[in-house]
Design a protein around this ligand. Structure first.
Ligand code: MSP
Length: 656
């Protein structure tokens, strides 16, 4: 069986994911479903990229530990994938112990092979972007060229990966594998912007924060996020663990799907790291475009973030996935607006697909007692429909192979529209009225057959709708992609089952309001939840702080208390308030200086047993070294008495 391995990037769990993030995962899931229908053994990895300074700071702002903070978001991310019925095979968290161990092994291996060395890094550091910049790269004085925020000069001891030496091998890789970077334009970007003028070695550790995987042989450093994150693609397959079966089977990846801004990491750093590890390289990196909101970048501070949950709850996952993959061209940026979404719902889903399903099933019910008829009289117009269906399959298959979902869906919709037109042209209600049963049978069969093909072709994107149409046609067998490649496979005699309308027409004005409200309600709910967590967290922190008046038994056991006998006692020669005591503690004799001269005369103490803190750090008091402290109790009136034992006991006895 052919195998296929594909991945999404692992998402930063610094905040809830918006529709932009969802886009990559929906595309990956669609590819998986498509390949599975074609009979491939597919493995699909996704996950979360949880380390780094930004997350550490976000967690601090919320009063949580980094792990507590990411745990909450990761739960929401997994819930979102469940809601979208994303069929991933492995969810890799970079805080998984297994991942951490494998990454440490990778780092050590690279160090031992002299692919990594220790040196210094100096540059202008942007904390939110976790990036170093050179002076010439800064904008407006000392601002980060990526986010426009202030940077600061930092010099840091760091480990470097010898990235520079891989420049030529990378250029050769692109040349020999023209499909390695897709779309083509991104390849040119990599060559012209990064490789043409040579590459610098890459800083791969940090010592200025500690939320990361430790460099195993130098605990001061944590492994910088990119080695940590990129390795997820192989650690998710068990690389570096006892069980590398999946790695042996699925590596190298057939495709890494990534957003355009991280193409550089995946086409320069990642292959170079793999070359250094002597591992096979992925076959393809596809850099898709960005989803903007009204032509603007989505961001929390601009208040224009669109979350997927309200859309899915109101209109279902298929409408959402259809829109994402139909509206935007996968390689390019596109702009999301709620109007466009609702318009497509009305035109493509309600008018075209929903209408075709509903009229086909209704007519079979009405004119043939719900049974799919046998073909009767054929006419030339049928040929047109047939040949369009067959050419649609071919085109859709080609577009799907190229991850051109938008064109693939467009072709399917051409077939849907043509089939609707076929209804208008053949007018089955007239055929029924005129009792032309043989012709009517053919028309009804052809409509059902076209729908069968459509439902297979939309399956990778609109799985629920596809199953729903097949169920309405009375088909319950498992179909494969190839079943859409020929006309006439539909069995006559099947009984159709009408269900309620799949995509009712919507009042756009009303829905717009609903959608906007649902999105802002969700934002409010999340804010409140965060606030509530913070309040509760503060309460807990306070309680813990109050509890900090207590010490644990371990704390107490650090203090070594002993019974000591005073064998000599004199006034301190240089101090008015101090006595110098010679104590016998078992076999040992030691000197302790104590500020009790106003309470005791030396002769009162000689021969008495006292309690001494035996492991106190020695101090010199007015020239005499005191090795310990004797315990005394003092009341509010200033009365002071030395502590002793209730019964007589040998000196050297331990107190616990
Ligand atoms: N953690 C890194 C990836 C490490 S992979 C070894 C990261 N995470 S991210 O959460 O910032 O982004 C994850 C993916 O979401 C990226 O591919 C990014 O391009 C994509 N998107 C984030 N916002 C997006 C849009 N508005 N539109 C489309 N995709 C976008 O980068």
């Amino acid at each position: 069986m052919n195998k296929y391995y594909l991945t999404t990037p692992i998402y930063y769990p610094s905040d809830n994911l918006h529709i932009g993030h969802t886009y990559t995962t929906v595309a990956a899931d669609t590819i998986k479903k498509y390949k599975k229908l074609k009979g491939y053994d597919v493995f699909f990895t996704t996950g979360t990229d949880e380390h780094g300074q930004k997350i550490q700071e976000k967690a601090k702002e919320s009063g949580l530990t980094p792990k507590e903070y990411v745990d909450g978001i990761v739960k929401d991310i997994k819930k979102l994938w469940e809601l979208l019925e994303i069929d991933y095979d492995y969810f890799r968290r970079t805080t998984d112990e297994e991942h951490e161990k494998s990454v440490q092994k990778i780092f050590t291996k690279l160090y031992e092979k002299d692919e990594i060395y220790k040196s210094y890094y100096e540059g202008y550091y942007c904390t939110p972007c976790e990036s170093f910049w050179s002076k010439s790269q800064l904008v407006d004085g000392n601002k980060c060229p990526d986010c426009g925020r202030e940077t600061h000069l930092e010099k840091e001891e760091t480990y470097f990966f010898r990235l520079s030496k891989y420049r030529d091998r990378l250029l050769k890789l692109y040349e020999e594998n023209p499909d390695f970077i897709q779309p083509e334009s991104r390849k040119n970007e990599m060559i012209n912007n990064f490789l043409k003028d040579g590459l610098d070695d890459l800083s791969v550790s940090r010592s200025t924060f500690d939320w990361g995987i430790r460099v195993p042989f130098d605990q001061k450093h944590v492994i910088y996020v990119w080695i940590d994150a990129l390795s997820c693609y192989i650690t998710a397959l068990g690389y570096g663990t006892e069980n590398e079966e999946n790695f042996e089977k699925f590596w190298p990846a057939d495709v890494h799907l990534v957003g355009k801004e991280i193409v550089r990491f995946h086409t320069i750093i990642w292959p170079a790291l793999l070359m250094a590890l002597d591992l096979p390289l992925p076959k393809k990196v596809f850099g898709h475009g960005w989803i903007l909101f009204d032509d603007d970048k989505m961001s929390k501070s601009k208040g224009n973030v669109i979350y997927p949950e309200p859309i899915i709850e109101l209109y279902g996952i298929d409408a959402f996935k259809y829109f994402l993959l139909r509206e935007f061209s996968f390689g390019q940026d596109g702009s999301f607006t709620r109007e466009k979404f609702l318009q497509r719902l009305n035109s493509d889903l309600a008018n075209d697909l929903g209408n075709l399903v509903s009229r086909t099933i209704t007519m079979i019910e009405k004119y043939n007692e719900s049974i799919i008829p046998k073909i009767g009289i054929e006419e030339s117009i049928d040929e047109e429909l047939k040949s369009l269906a067959l050419s649609t399959y071919k085109k859709v298959d080609e577009y799907m192979e190229a991850f051109n979902f938008s064109n693939a869906l467009e072709e399917i919709w051409k077939l849907i529209r043509r089939t609707n037109k076929y209804v208008d042209e053949t007018m089955p209600w007239i055929l029924a009225k005129e009792n032309k049963k043989d012709r009517l049978d053919t028309v009804l069969y052809n409509l059902a057959e076209s729908l069968r093909i459509v439902s297979i072709l939309i399956n990778p994107v609109m799985t629920k709708t596809s199953k729903d149409i097949l169920a309405q046609l009375g088909i319950d067998e498992h179909l494969t992609w190839g079943d859409a490649s020929s006309w006439g496979k539909l069995k006559s005699g099947l009984k159709v089952n009408k269900k309620e309308i799949m995509f009712p027409r919507l009042d756009i004005e009303k829905e717009l309001e609903k959608l906007e409200k649902a999105n802002s309600d969700l934002i409010e709910r999340r804010k409140e939840l965060k606030e509530r967590n913070r309040v509760e967290e503060n309460k807990e922190v306070k309680e813990i702080e109050e509890k900090e008046d207590f010490i644990t038994i371990d704390d107490f056991s650090k203090v070594k208390l002993k019974v000591a006998k005073v064998i000599d006692c004199t006034n301190h020669p240089k101090a008015d308030k101090l006595l110098v005591l010679t104590l016998k503690i078992g076999d040992e004799t030691r000197t302790v200086v104590s500020g009790i001269k106003e309470y005791y005369k030396p002769e009162d103490l000689i021969g008495k047993k006292v309690i001494v803190v035996a492991n106190l750090k020695p101090v010199k008091l007015r020239g005499i070294e005191s090795r310990g402290m004797i315990l005394a109790a003092e009341d509010e009136n200033g009365k002071l008495t030395l502590l002793s034992t209730l019964e007589e006991i040998d000196d050297g006895a331990t107190i616990s």
